[in-house]
Design a protein around this ligand. Structure first.
Ligand SMILES: [Zn+2]
Length: 200
């Protein structure tokens, strides 16, 4: 398991492949906090539009929170669905990194590999080649924020089952996509926990 508070990986306790119910995995061997596997929470029944608007606002809040902690003055959306979502600029308007923020309604240890469209890995690698700037994929779980820095030389694992990613309305695509599979134990856990829940 990987601790959502300090990032310590404890090899003695495996991350469930896919937790179906809440599982108490135990206390972190480094910081002592209790670690839970909590599966995806059901979304409440709301109109599609309300959900979309809420999602938009939510994403803005998440991005703003990330920038406040990790640097960057403003961000701009990029429009292609298969691309990395945002460009982030410093106070002088210089582009400093690319960012994709995804929110998950499960805890960090709910499954052993997290997935998103493989196309984003390919376009992210292209951005690194073209600009030399870093590309960050940030995953906001219910109990922590986690980061993957895209690595140009890394041969990413492709999932076998295609899936239908949830895009913003103007990016909605009907095509099912091959996902990339990123082990949650390889993620970098961010030190701050804004907007996270007390899990127990
Ligand atoms: Zn810990």
């Amino acid at each position: 398991m990987i601790c959502p508070y300090c990032g310590n990986v404890d090899d003695r306790v495996p991350v469930p492949e896919l937790a179906k119910t809440r599982v108490h995995l135990g206390a972190c061997s480094k910081c002592g906090k209790e670690v839970w596997a909590i599966p995806t929470q059901k979304r409440s029944e709301k109109s599609q539009l309300a959900t979309v608007e809420e999602g938009e606002r939510r994403e803005e809040i998440l991005v703003k929170t990330y920038l406040e902690h990790e640097g960057g003055v403003k961000s701009k959306k990029r429009r292609s669905a298969d691309d990395i979502d945002r460009e982030v600029f410093d106070q002088d308007g210089n582009l400093i990194y690319f960012l994709e923020v995804k929110e998950r309604s499960n805890s960090l240890n709910a499954y052993d590999k997290t997935k998103f469209p493989f196309a984003k890995i390919e376009s992210g690698k292209k951005l690194i080649e073209e600009t030399g700037l870093p590309v960050y994929i940030v995953l906001k779980f219910i109990d922590c924020w986690a980061l993957h820095r895209l690595v140009l030389e890394l041969d990413y694992e492709k999932g076998k089952e295609p899936f239908a990613p949830r895009y913003r309305p103007w990016q909605r695509s009907k095509t099912r996509q091959v996902p990339v599979m990123i082990p949650v134990e390889s993620l970098e856990i961010l030190a701050w926990h804004d907007l996270c829940e007390e899990v127990s």
